[in-house]
Ligand binder design. Structure first.
Ligand code: ATP
Ligand code: MG
Length: 335
């Protein structure tokens, strides 16, 4: 596709994230339906062009577990990324709509994510860096694919410069400032799977109120008080824009750090991830032993002990998921 902004007709708003917003659009000349991600980037023209060049790698990412890429272009001051539209949306939206996801489906999700991560790493040496339910998408054919992986180093830098925010799917070693590796993605997968199976973010305080969870924050690590950071190794917050430029995506979370009162909460949460035992699939006995063991393996706090996505593809629970005959197309037809 030779994509130009004027050929794309907006159809529907799909959602807002930290980095921008996503719309369902139609490419009029080809009639193709696409998802257009608009990323606002505060960077010099040379850097924008570099990002655009780096994004072209996505043309070579061909896997049924990875969202297809149709092209990217500059629409100043934004970068637009056009990708495959997934009509059932992301898994966070799905569980918020239908409640906890049955464990056999969660097993298929684990399989798809591991296949996608293994493909990205083995073929392209790409580490995803942002595995979480909102980056795992589903369509009515029952396909499960991952999106929003870190192909462009410059894009990662620009977003890091522009936005203050810390995701709590982050592994203990990342919180402590270690390099990203494929094993950090495995941690994030473990947290995400618990969230899908329980129907709530595993670090949330109450068991029945998904609105009060702590899955991510507005204005995390207040830039006004970088010195208040009690954790070692966290990158200093360097906002170029005020956090309020981020839209209200998080108003439903009921958490704002702007008042300062919650500042300790994010720090406490990050400290909790570093210092306390990892969450588990609980209560014991509710889920198959193999599923419990798989999540425990993902959430080993020592990254050296944690397995890679490729090794985890041989885990008993994943072998079971491979042969499971659960019909994801029928499942996707229920919502
Ligand atoms: P963050 O910015 O913190 O990563 P996010 O993943 O929710 O959060 P976006 O990546 O901007 O933010 O996506 C916003 C929403 O758009 C997602 O939650 C998802 O529901 C929807 N979405 C994204 N890509 C697609 C797609 N290809 N097809 C259908 N829906 C999509
Ligand atoms: Mg996303």
């Amino acid at each position: 596709y030779d994509l130009k902004n004027e050929d794309l007709k907006d159809l529907q708003e799909l959602g807002q994230g930290n980095g921008g917003s996503v719309k369902k659009v139609q490419h009029v000349p080809s009639e193709k339906i696409m998802a257009k991600k608009i990323v606002l980037i505060d960077a010099k023209p040379a850097v924008r062009k570099q990002i655009l060049r780096e994004l072209q790698i996505m043309h070579d990412c061909n896997s049924k577990y990875i969202i297809s890429f149709y092209g990217a272009f500059l629409a100043d001051p934004n970068i637009c990324i056009c990708m495959e539209f997934m009509d059932k949306g992301s898994l966070d939206g799905i569980y918020k709509k239908i409640g906890p996801i049955e464990i056999e489906v969660v097993g298929k999700v684990a399989l798809a994510v591991l296949e996608g991560l293994t493909y990205l790493y083995d073929v392209h040496r790409i580490i995803h860096r942002d595995i979480k339910p909102s980056n795992i998408l589903c369509n009515s054919q029952g396909e499960i694919k991952i999106c929003d992986f870190g192909v462009s180093g410059e894009l990662i830098n620009s977003i890091a410069d522009t936005f203050v925010g810390t995701s709590t799917y982050m592994s203990p070693e990342r919180i402590q400032g270690a390099q990203y590796t494929v094993k950090s993605d495995v941690w994030s997968l473990g947290i995400s799977l618990i969230e899908l199976a329980l129907g709530r973010f595993p670090f949330s305080e109450s068991s029945d109120d998904s609105d009060s969870d702590l899955s991510d924050f507005e204005g995390t690590l207040s830039p006004a008080r970088p010195g208040s950071l009690a954790l070692n190794g966290l990158p200093p917050a360097r906002p170029k824009k005020t956090p309020t430029q981020k839209k209200d995506k998080r108003k439903s979370k009921g958490v704002s750090l702007q008042g300062g009162g919650m500042t300790m909460s994010i720090l406490e949460l990050l400290q909790h991830i570093v210092n306390e035992p990892a969450p588990r699939l609980t209560p014991e006995g509710r889920f198959p032993k193999e599923a419990e063991a798989f999540v425990d393996a993902c959430l080993l706090k020592d990254p050296d002990a944690r397995m890679t996505p490729k090794d985890l593809l041989k885990h008993d629970w994943i072998e079971e998921s491979k042969v499971s005959e659960i019909d994801l197309e029928a499942w996707a037809g229920t919502f």
